[in-house]
Design a protein around this ligand. Structure first.
Ligand SMILES: [Zn+2]
Length: 94
């Protein structure tokens, strides 16, 4: 599976009602932090993949797969929160 097929289609966010900066809630910040950490561990896990096949590769691959699923879940949680809570400001909207 290539990276391009893994990427979810862009999600349309509701247009902002004003130009004023909203203060994102603490929960949103927490989700962003989780997403950052998950992305970092995924990156680290992928970097640790050895260049030769074998049991070492298999173990590193399993770690990378777990990290990828964590990253997916962290991303979904952040998206879900933005959908349902409308507390965050997205500069690319509208
Ligand atoms: Zn929120």
């Amino acid at each position: 599976m290539s990276l391009s097929t893994m990427a979810a289609p862009p999600i349309r966010f509701p247009a902002r009602r004003s130009q004023s900066q909203k203060t994102p809630c603490a929960e949103w910040c927490g989700f962003v932090e989780l997403y950052r950490l998950a992305a970092k561990s995924f990156s680290d896990a992928v970097e640790a993949l050895p260049y030769s096949p074998g049991s070492e590769f298999d173990q590193a691959w399993q770690r990378a797969e777990r990290a990828r699923k964590n990253l997916d879940e962290a991303r979904s949680a952040l998206m879900r929160h933005e959908y349902t809570h409308d507390c965050s400001t997205r500069t690319e909207a509208s």
